[in-house]
Design a protein around this ligand. Structure first.
Ligand code: ADE
Length: 289
């Protein structure tokens, strides 16, 4: 069981996503608990003010430190239902990581999701407006995570991304126990393509090897597709991937093929996925129907 305490000014944003299939089931089966805490309830003044203009001027509003400290400290002082007491810390036994979602954080990854999935309790603070008072970063958060190099209106969607990615790694969350190990990123590679019925759709056929019943050939094909796709789309991932000698030889072959094409021959691989957004193109290879 993993317990998330989410600190937010907009708890309602979480309700529908948390009811969704895998997250809803994980909660129903007692693997996941998400407690939503409205930071506004912890603002000490009678108007429950949670944000103020920045010192030094400039536009926008900054989330005040006190309501956030009050909320996190009050909530984490209490054990979650049936659990032991916790103190704020780095995730070592009995210490709860307090994670601030912010575009300035370290980049969230499958590896971080896997580390988080080993925790019993995690606190997520969702920032809003122009940011949060720096003292929250310095003296309350033990970690800061960003879900990508773009700026959202607040940390709520980022927190949902984190909860989702962590939950599907919990034992029993996915119907197929081996599925998480096969994910894109799980082994440092992107996943290859998947197909299901029908065998021919609008004239496009499923690769023959998948219908062959030859498990070893299927496994080899999948591995090669994963390597090919990773090389084409995210070659940076190959640097840290666990590769066998056979993988390396295959990649070497692909690079040589590519080298040949770049020398002037046909550019076979330029499928839809190789184009950037906004590039206007005719879809190729579409049979008439
Ligand atoms: N808050 C705003 N943008 C964010 C991002 N990219 N990641 C995490 N939290 C955020």
């Amino acid at each position: 069981m993993i317990h998330f305490d989410v600190f937010t000014l907009f708890p309602d944003m979480f309700r529908s996503p948390l009811e969704g299939s895998i997250l809803g089931r994980a909660q129903g089966e007692g693997r996941l608990c998400v407690a939503l805490h409205d930071i506004r309830d912890y603002a000490p003044d009678k108007h429950h003010v949670t944000d103020e203009p920045p010192y030094g001027g400039g536009g926008g509003m900054v989330m005040k430190a006190e309501p956030i400290f009050n909320a996190v400290e009050a909530v984490l002082a209490e054990p979650p239902a049936g659990g032991a007491g916790f103190r704020i810390g780095d995730g070592a036994e009995g210490l709860v990581p307090v994670v601030l979602l912010t575009p300035q954080g370290r980049l969230f990854s499958q590896e971080i999701a896997a580390q988080m999935a080993r925790q019993r309790r995690l606190a997520l603070i969702c920032g809003r407006y122009e940011g949060v008072d720096e003292r929250v970063r310095q003296y309350l958060a033990t970690d800061e995570l960003s879900i990508g190099d773009y700026v959202l209106t607040g940390g709520e969607l980022a927190a949902m991304v984190v909860i989702d990615a962590v939950t599907r790694l919990l034992p029993g969350a996915l119907g197929d126990p081996t599925a998480a190990a096969r994910d894109s990123h799980a082994r440092g590679l992107l996943e290859g393509p998947h197909y299901t019925r029908p065998r021919v759709f609008r004239g496009w056929e499923v690769p023959e090897v998948l219908l062959s019943g030859d498990h070893a050939a299927v496994a080899r094909w999948r591995r090669e597709q994963a390597l090919r796709r990773t090389l084409e789309r995210r070659p940076d991932l190959l640097e840290d991937a666990a590769l066998t000698a056979e993988d390396r030889a295959f990649l070497e072959e692909l690079c040589q093929e590519r080298g040949k094409r770049e020398d002037g021959s046909v550019e076979e691989h330029r499928g839809r996925e190789d184009r950037s957004l906004g590039e206007s193109v005719e879809l190729e290879d579409r049979p008439a129907h």
